[in-house]
Design a protein around this ligand. Structure first.
Ligand SMILES: [Zn+2]
Length: 208
């Protein structure tokens, strides 16, 4: 890609681990991009935008981090309480503003992070450990032979599966209906159309 900030990067596409996809995760600096699907390096950004050091991932503390604060020797009690409160605030998962002690006057939006794909340059939006944008597509890629209009509906079904399984099921039904019409299946109802397609050679197991 032509992005200036990437020109000095020596590692380009990282090899895809064999046999399995690496889903997007707040704990990784390389995963399968939710935009382009490439397994590649992802830059993380805090908001207000500042690129994190290479290899860093966003701060999403678990309970073990809270316990760790108790174990830090020589930490003044007041500081210990302040840190614990801050970690607990992170653990609510809500986005909040936090003053950055390292940069005078700078405030960052905590629990709101952005990742940017090295390959396609597209941005993904994360709140706490959840990917909000782009919507994740679940399930198999659409068949290349699928008509464009059906493909669009199929992709929409994949993108809303987590949010609304019933909505996704309705979209998939619509896909079958459109596909039946595309194949000029005869019949008034969808059942009739599928039965007609079976008569014309559709493998019956596809109906299950
Ligand atoms: Zn990408």
């Amino acid at each position: 890609m032509a992005d200036e900030e990437n020109q000095n990067l020596t590692v380009e596409h990282q090899p895809r681990p064999s046999g399995k996809d690496v889903p997007p995760s707040i704990e990784r600096d390389a995963f399968c991009c939710p935009h382009c699907g490439a397994y590649t390096h992802q830059y993380w950004y805090t908001v207000h935008v500042e690129r994190m050091k290479k290899g860093s991932t966003p701060f999403v503390p678990g309970n073990e981090f809270l316990e760790h604060i108790d174990e830090i020797p020589d930490l003044p009690a007041q500081k210990r309480e302040e840190w614990k409160k801050l970690v607990q605030k992170h653990q609510t998962g809500k986005v909040f503003f936090e003053n950055n002690e390292n940069y005078y006057g700078e405030t960052v939006a905590s629990n709101l992070n952005l990742s940017k794909c090295y390959t396609c340059g597209e941005i993904a939006v994360w709140v706490y450990d959840r990917l909000l944008y782009p919507p994740q597509r679940i399930g198999p890629e659409p068949n290349e032979d699928l008509p464009e209009a059906v493909k669009t509906d199929y992709e929409e079904a994949r993108s809303i599966l987590n949010l609304s399984p019933r909505g996704a099921a309705a979209m998939l039904r619509l896909c079958v209906e459109k596909l039946s019409n595309h194949l000029e299946a005869a019949g008034a109802s969808l059942d009739d159309k599928i039965a007609d397609l079976v008569k014309k050679g559709l493998i019956p197991m596809l109906i299950d």
